[in-house]
Ligand binder design. Structure first.
Ligand code: SF4
Length: 356
């Protein structure tokens, strides 16, 4: 569960539903909402816990935030009732809240959070494939915010985002920053990026407050042995992508159970059937933006005043390494400028070892 900083005194408090609101009104407010804040009038009043728990039981998949008169001792109960975050009050000590969240990590009864009771863990372990299929069925048509919140709930502390800091990356990174800006962001530095991409990466991370961008490099010995002149892309682009992207990502991603990507179904024919949750080589891939189309991506850029990649207004709709990327022409799909003139359509990081 995330701890949200107290709001500055000059800022209006969160629009919140009081904990004594009738259930029917709360359900009406939750219908179609991606985020709901419930205000606790007094720490002795447990009705906010009940509301959260019932909303989760009835399938509410958006983000739930608790605010108001709450004590650190109630942290785990908030989490178990289905809350994703709590807005701390001025003067509250985040360390006390964190300590209460960490004090016990074993649960004995099912509740509204994702924690699995001990008896169920022993009785049957859901496979990763089953888990991804369950989540995909639940969130296939959901909004990106709800998908990402679910991913963080299901894989707490074991999730990272993969980003090329390309033409549309700002949308998924903005979403991530709103959810948890300390989430690791893996950037595959192939050594062949446009200089504009590298400066955009730093500018965007700064602007969004991302605090954990990790630069993932090819192995130096492999690079010296397999591509000493940095021109493998001319003769064998599959081998080049394998050396500079696939293997480095495999090593870096081993630390996580789930990887978030910015892929969308509209981008290319090869992505038309993209799932929201899927399994690749024993790891879950989460695609919160899968449902967005080009207009919705553009609308998010405008709504959040996101900076564009410097090459975007020159017709670069999808941006990878400079030797393998060209601007697209009117009527072409967004990824037509990648490995143009060859049969290659994907670099391999989304295909898995079995397909490589
Ligand atoms: S996109 Fe091109 S330059 Fe970049 S790793 Fe793949 S083949 Fe090499």
């Amino acid at each position: 569960m995330r701890l949200l900083d107290p709001l500055p005194e000059t800022e209006e408090p969160d629009a919140a539903i009081p904990g004594d609101t009738p259930l029917a009104e709360v359900e009406a407010a939750a219908s179609g909402a991606n985020r709901l804040t419930i205000r606790f009038g007094a720490f002795r009043d447990g009705r906010g816990f009940s509301l959260a728990s019932i909303l989760r039981e009835r399938g509410y998949g958006g983000e739930l935030i608790a605010t108001g008169d709450l004590l650190p001792d109630q942290a785990r109960h908030l989490k178990r009732s289905g809350f994703d975050a709590v807005r701390l009050n001025p003067g509250a000590d985040p360390a006390e809240w964190r300590a209460m969240l960490a004090v016990i990590d074993t649960v004995y009864q099912p509740a509204a959070d994702a924690a699995v009771p001990v008896w169920r863990r022993r009785a049957a372990v859901e496979t990763l494939e089953q888990k991804a299929a369950r989540l995909d069925a639940q969130y296939r048509d959901a909004e990106p915010e709800a998908i990402l919140a679910a991913a963080h709930r299901e894989f707490p502390g074991r999730i990272a985002q993969l980003s090329s800091f390309g033409a549309e990356a700002a949308v998924s990174l903005h979403l991530l920053a709103q959810t948890d800006p300390s989430t690791p962001v893996l950037f595959l530095d192939t050594g062949q990026h446009f200089l504009q991409t590298l400066s955009y990466r730093d500018q965007l991370a700064d602007r969004l407050g991302l605090t954990n961008v990790k630069i993932v490099l090819p192995d130096a010995a492999e690079r010296a042995g397999e591509d000493p002149k940095d021109n493998l892309w001319r003769t064998d682009p599959d081998a080049c992508c394998d050396l500079r992207k696939v293997r480095p990502l495999g090593r870096a991603a081993a630390a996580y159970d789930a990887l978030i990507t910015g892929r969308k179904r509209y981008q290319a024919a090869t992505r038309e059937r993209l799932a929201v949750f899927e399994v690749l080589d024993g790891q879950v891939r989460v695609n919160p933006l899968a449902n967005l189309d080009a207009d919705e991506v553009e609308a998010r850029f405008e709504a959040h005043d996101l900076p564009a990649h410097p090459l975007a207004d020159q017709g670069y709709a999808s941006i990878g390494c400079w030797p393998c990327t060209r601007a697209v022409r009117s009527g072409e799909d967004a990824r037509a400028g990648r490995w143009s003139g060859t049969d290659k359509v994907e670099c391999g990081i989304h295909m898995g070892a079995r397909a490589a």
